[in-house]
Design a protein around this ligand. Structure first.
Ligand SMILES: [Zn+2]
Ligand SMILES: [Zn+2]
Length: 450
C-alpha cells in the first residue's frame, strides 16, 4: 500500500529524517487552488501523510531493523495478493505477535492496521449511477431516488423499514480523483525529479524513444505556448478497455477500468504499472457504449480545472510551490472502445472512422456481416504497384480512386456540434444515425478546450 501510494523507491528514499522534514516547510494554503470541489489541500495531505510515516517509523521491537510501517505494509501486501480474509489476517497477526518480543509494535488485527495506514491512502469517491447507465447521482442530482431519464429506482428494494439503515444502490462508480494523485508525484522524492525529464532530455535526430519526440507533442507546444513553457505541467494519456472479472466461463459481466498515464516521465517509467493511475471502474454488467461519457464526467471536470486554473502543488525536487496544470494528450483504445470514446460508431458498414460515409465496405452475401476487404488501397500513392495488382486483392479490380483528405479537427467539430452529448440525451441517438452517418453523440472530449 505504501508502495502504491508513494512509488516503488519509497522506502529507500523516504524513511530517513531529512526528506520528511523538508515537506513541513511548504508554505501554501489549499484554498488558493480554486473554487472547485476537487481542490485538495496539498500541505494538509502531505503533512498528514508524513506524520503517519514519522509515527510508524519506529522499530518493530527494540533492536529490530524492520520498522513497524514496513512490517505492516508487507503484511497488507500479502493479504491483497492472496485474497486473504480479514479473519485469516487477524489470526496471522495474532500468531506473529505471540512470536515477537513483548515490546513489539505490530498491530493486533486488521482493524488496527487499517487505522494505522488510513492516512497513507489517497481519496476514493463512490458515486451512485443509474443501473442502465443514463446518469450519475451527483452535483444537482445527488438527492434523486429515481433516474430522471429512464425512471428506474436508484436503490435496491429492501424489507427493512428502519429509515436509519443505509440503502444499497444498484450501481456504483468508484472514482479515484486525479489531482491528489498528481500532487503525490511531486511530493515524493522518488518521482518529483523525473517529472521534468521530457523537457530536458536529448534525443538523437531521427530516433523516437518518447512521445515528446513526436510531431504531435511539438504541435501542442506551438499551439499552447503558455502551457508548454512550464515543464512541470503534466501531459496525460487515457486508456480504457472492457474487462471480464469472471473470465470466459463465469457469468457474463464486463466492467471498464479507465487508466491515466503521465508522459512526463522517461520511457522506462511512464509505461510501468506503478505510474499508471486507475481512475475509475465503470460498473457492468454490460458495455457502457456511448454512455461512457456519463461516467467520464468527474474526470473531465478535474481536467478542466487542471487546464484553466491549475492546482497549487509542492515540488519536492525544488522545494517550491508551483501551479500545476495538466492536459490530456491522447487516448489509447482498441477499435470498439475508440468508437465509444470518439462518438463515431465503429460497428457495421460505415464503421471506418477515416472513410466515414465515403466507405467501400460491403456486406457478405450469406452471413450479412460487414466486410472491409480491399477498401483501403485508395490511400496508396497513385503510382503504387498494389493499385494495379488484379490478383492479390479483389479479382480483376484496379484501384483508381484517390482517397479524400482526412478531416481536420475543426471540420469534425463542425459536424458534431449540432448533436447532443450523451450526458444530455442518454437514451436517444442523433437523427440520421445509421443511414447517413454513425455519430452516436458529441463526445465529452470536445468539452476540453484543446
Ligand atoms: Zn436510467
Ligand atoms: Zn476506411
Amino acid at each position: 500500500m505504501v508502495y502504491d501510494a508513494a512509488g516503488p523507491h519509497f522506502f529507500s528514499a523516504h524513511l530517513n529524517p531529512e526528506p520528511v522534514g523538508a515537506c513541513s516547510s511548504f508554505p501554501t494554503n489549499g484554498s488558493e487552488a480554486g473554487p472547485s470541489s476537487y481542490s485538495y489541500d496539498v500541505s494538509r495531505l502531505s503533512d498528514r501523510f508524513f506524520d503517519v510515516v514519522r509515527a510508524a517509523d519506529q522499530p518493530l521491537y527494540n533492536g529490530c531493523d524492520e520498522s513497524q510501517l514496513s512490517a505492516v505494509a508487507r503484511l497488507v501486501n500479502i493479504k491483497a495478493e492472496n485474497n486473504m480474509s480479514e479473519r485469516c489476517y487477524d489470526q496471522v497477526s495474532q500468531w506473529a505477535s505471540d512470536l515477537l518480543p513483548r515490546d513489539h509494535t505490530l498491530p493486533p488485527d486488521y482493524y488496527n492496521t487499517k487505522k494505522l495506514i488510513r492516512d497513507l491512502g489517497l481519496p476514493i469517491e463512490k458515486i451512485h449511477a443509474c443501473k442502465n447507465g443514463c446518469m450519475l447521482y451527483w452535483k444537482d442530482d445527488i438527492g434523486l431516488e429515481y433516474c430522471k431519464f429512464c425512471g428506474d429506482p436508484r436503490y435496491k428494494p429492501t424489507k427493512d423499514r428502519n429509515p436509519q439503515r443505509k440503502k444499497s444502490p444498484y450501481a456504483v462508480l468508484r472514482y479515484l480523483p486525479l489531482i491528489p494523485r498528481l500532487q503525490r508525484l511531486y511530493a515524493s522524492p522518488a518521482t518529483a525529479k523525473y517529472m521534468t525529464w521530457h523537457a530536458c532530455h536529448q534525443t538523437k535526430e531521427g530516433s523516437m524513444c518518447h512521445p515528446s519526440d513526436v510531431e504531435a507533442w511539438r504541435h501542442f507546444d506551438k499551439s499552447y505556448p503558455d502551457f508548454a513553457v512550464e515543464p512541470h505541467n503534466v501531459r496525460l494519456a487515457l486508456c480504457t478497455d472492457g474487462f471480464a472479472p469472471h473470465g470466459q466461463y463465469g457469468r457474463t459481466y464486463s466492467c471498464w477500468p479507465v487508466i491515466l498515464t503521465p508522459y512526463n516521465f522517461p520511457p522506462g517509467m511512464c509505461m510501468k504499472p506503478e505510474y499508471m493511475f486507475l481512475m475509475m471502474v465503470i460498473p457492468g454488467p454490460s458495455n457502457p457504449k456511448r454512455c461512457i461519457d456519463i461516467y467520464l464526467e468527474p474526470l473531465i471536470k478535474e481536467l478542466l480545472q487542471l487546464w484553466h486554473v491549475g492546482v497549487l502543488t509542492h515540488d519536492h525536487a525544488t522545494n517550491q510551490a508551483l501551479m500545476m496544470r495538466a492536459a490530456l494528450m491522447w487516448t489509447i483504445n482498441d477499435l470498439p472502445a475508440y468508437g465509444m470514446a470518439s462518438g463515431w460508431s465503429t460497428a457495421g458498414i460505415m464503421g471506418c472512422p477515416v472513410c466515414m460515409e465515403d466507405t467501400q465496405a460491403f456486406r457478405l452475401q450469406h452471413g450479412r456481416k460487414a466486410c472491409y476487404f480491399d477498401c483501403h488501397r485508395q490511400f496508396l500513392p497513385h503510382d503504387h504497384p498494389y493499385r494495379r495488382n488484379k490478383r492479390s486483392f479483389t479479382k480483376n479490380r484496379q484501384e483508381r480512386k484517390i482517397a479524400r483528405p482526412r478531416l481536420t479537427g475543426d471540420e469534425i467539430h463542425r459536424r458534431v456540434e449540432q448533436y447532443g452529448t450523451a450526458v444530455e440525451e442518454p437514451l436517444t441517438y442523433p437523427s440520421g444515425y445509421g443511414n447517413v452517418h454513425k455519430w452516436t453523440k458529441k463526445s465529452i472530449f470536445w468539452d476540453l478546450p484543446y
